[in-house]
Design a protein around this ligand. Structure first.
Ligand code: 7RM
Length: 642
């Protein structure tokens, strides 16, 4: 494959491959020196006393110990002082053409007021606050307000169900929940307050529910528990002192799916996370003072945390917050926003690109897009055809396409090209960030050296943005990430390193699937299905899906004592069950009612067989001799939904 030449060499921070290679070597040879220099980009109340300590096998990691700082101060106050009139956040509302520009000076006041509201509702340093908001500026104000007073936010994606929200509120012991009357997503209204009511019913931990007004819909308000956010804000002053936090004090917890049923509260701390997100945002997106940066993720995911809020604001950048969806009112919406705001850097998920690509080029070409210089992607592998369309059509062949690989647990981007330096190969996330050491290991944990090899992707050593623990369960943190391949952090992804040392992520090697850029555990979906009275057992696998990347296919065994009069209605009920228990994003695309599952004699489901059936690839199943009942395979094919 002929690599695509880097663009924008004139203004890039890192201007050639040789420049990248030199800096990379330096960062690996002297990580302490490298990262202490990067830490100087932040404002510290007290500088760090050491750079880094780690005992990887115990999952004990610390960066910048002894340092004191505040994330909100770094994102807001210092810019409000030096560039008060620069736009910090442009909110692109659900309706096209509707924008709200918030300067750094205004942001300081909004966040100060919000911090005072939280305090008046009893939130203290170290307390957890749940944020269940749509993409309105209040979501950023609330995150930053928590950071300001040393509270730990737990943003829950506003597409999650009441049950999922309740589980997260309980796990983190959140006394305050922020929400809105309703959310807007294109033509749809999302009844957020109603969902919160269901989630917190009977929960004594929740003292206050603060409700932002988005649509003005009539919602039930429980006296003594529910408060209109605007009324609470109106009572408060716009200034609030910052809490100086230790570098290793928690900044936030964010739940993510793993291979077991229970979501994990991934915890990030203050100093390392801030250094890493600011650093990677600046370098990967080649950020300069005049950039208008638009990341179309939701604040409920790590991409929203690191690359809508913390990274860009720490760098004093203008960051766009998008409330709507890519196909509202039509598939040209992104490019309309790009033209309206003169966006120079755009960042989204391959699933969104695939969705708008299908609608045809006219939706793209009717916008000028002349301000675009960098096009990023994240969340799943990007198919080379889609990469090429993004590059040629959206970017007019003029913008650098930056495929960024990383995870909730890594805090920030790990593997990505640098615009202006790294020749791209469509479909490859290319080369590691400074200070990052990807390692491929075989199933026995032996490192696979050299190029032109594949294996389990691990990361050696540590980096400042690395997650420090799973809230309330450090043992699970250790066993999930540090025991399978001792001495390394295990990512859960498979990966190939090609002849040029470029990395190609091949997808998860565990029971996690990536559906339309959302990370889901198959075990979670199975538990939701089995919680239905009709279901005895369920097995969920992914299958290739044109738009979502991966679709969800569920095999369900119905209980003997359950009489399903109408199989269609039963499948519908099972789908609703998953929607209700987890979220619409977890709804199976196909449900096949089966009488048995392909199990080995030791009782393990052979998922590889289910994956093949779900993909419609049933010509060769390889070795199935370990199955307890090999005839089951034929029966599964016969009743397949493909
Ligand atoms: C940022 C985010 C993490 C999982 C990860 C991968 C997959 C993410 C890419 C990718 C191929 C990419 N956090 N993934 N980025 N696969 N190329 N550029 O997505 O915690 O929600 O998901 O997503 O499998 O392990 S996440």
């Amino acid at each position: 494959m002929i690599p695509v030449k880097p663009h924008i060499a004139k203004r890039a921070h890192v201007h050639s491959l040789a420049h990248y290679e030199g800096l990379y070597r330096e960062s690996i040879a002297n990580p302490a020196g490298f990262w202490s220099t990067q830490a100087e980009a932040l404002t510290w109340f007290h500088p760090p006393e050491s750079v880094h300590q780690a005992r990887i096998e115990e999952g004990e990691i610390a960066w910048f110990s002894g340092g004191k700082l505040n994330a909100c101060y770094n994102c807001v106050d210092r810019h409000a002082e030096t560039q008060p009139d620069k736009v910090a956040i442009v909110w692109a509302a659900n309706e096209p053409g509707e924008y709200r520009k918030i300067t750094y000076a205004e942001l300081a006041r909004e966040v100060g007021r919000m911090a005072n509201v939280l305090k008046s509702h009893g939130v203290r340093r170290g307390d957890r606050v749940a944020i269940y908001l749509p993409m309105i500026p209040e979501v950023a104000f609330a995150m930053l307000a928590c950071a300001r007073i040393g509270a730990v936010h737990s943003v829950v994606f506003a597409g999650f169900s009441a049950e999922a929200l309740r589980e997260r509120i309980l796990d983190a012991d959140c006394a305050v929940v922020l929400t809105a009357d309703e959310g807007l997503r294109g033509p749809k209204r999302i009844p957020l307050k109603e969902t919160v009511d269901d989630a917190v019913e009977g929960l004594s931990v929740v003292r206050s529910v603060l409700v932002a007004k988005r649509t003005g819909a009539e919602v039930a308000m429980t006296p003594g528990r529910d408060y209109w956010l605007a009324e609470e804000l109106a009572k408060e002053r716009a200034t609030c002192p910052v809490e100086w936090m230790d570098a290793e004090d928690p900044l936030f917890v964010l739940y993510t799916s793993g291979s077991t049923g229970k979501p994990k509260g991934v915890l990030h701390t203050t100093g390392g996370y801030m250094v890493y997100t600011a650093f990677t945002h600046r370098h990967v997106f080649d950020i300069h003072d005049d950039d208008v940066y638009f990341c179309a993720a939701d604040a409920g995911w790590i991409t929203g945390h690191s690359y809508i809020v913390y990274g860009p604001l720490a760098n004093g950048t203008t960051t766009v917050m998008f409330e709507s969806v890519p196909n509202y009112p039509d598939c040209g919406r992104y490019w309309q926003v790009v033209d309206d705001l003169e966006v120079s850097v755009f960042y989204t998920a391959p699933t969104a690109i695939r969705a708008v690509m299908r609608a045809g080029d006219e939706f793209v070409t009717r916008a000028s897009r002349k301000s675009l210089r960098i096009l990023g992607t994240v969340g799943e592998p990007i198919n080379p055809e889609v990469w090429t369309w993004y590059h040629d059509v959206v970017g007019n062949g003029q913008a650098a396409v930056i495929d960024t690989w990383w995870q909730t647990e890594t805090g920030g981007i790990m593997i990505a090209p640098l615009p202006g330096a790294t020749p791209a190969k469509p479909g490859s996330a290319t080369l590691p960030m400074f200070g990052i050491r990807p390692v491929l290991v075989d199933d026995e944990g032996t490192e696979i050296k050299g190029n032109g090899v594949s294996g389990n992707l691990c990361l050696a050593g540590s980096w400042p943005g690395q997650s420090r623990t799973i809230l309330g369960d450090h043992q699970r943190f250790r066993s999930t990430y540090f025991t399978r391949f001792p001495g390394y952090y295990f990512t859960g992804d498979g990966c190939r390193r090609d002849e040029d040392g470029y990395y190609w992520i091949t997808g998860r090697v565990d029971d996690v699937i990536n559906v339309a850029g959302h990370r889901l555990g198959t075990a979670e979906i199975e538990s939701a299905l089995v919680a239905h009275e009709a279901a005895a057992e369920a097995a969920v696998v992914g299958f290739p899906h044109e738009i979502k990347g991966t679709g969800i296919y569920a095999f369900v065994i119905i209980r003997d004592d359950f009489s399903a009069e109408d199989p269609k209605a039963l499948v519908g009920a099972l789908r609703d069950q998953v929607r209700r228990v987890i979220s619409p994003i977890a709804t199976p695309d196909a449900i096949q009612i089966v009488s048995g599952l392909p199990k080995t004699r030791s009782g393990k489901i052979m998922r590889r067989i289910l994956r093949q059936i779900a993909a419609g690839k049933t010509d060769d199943f390889g070795d199935i001799s370990t199955l307890a009942d090999p005839t089951i395979v034929e029966a599964l094919i016969a009743s397949s939904e493909r």
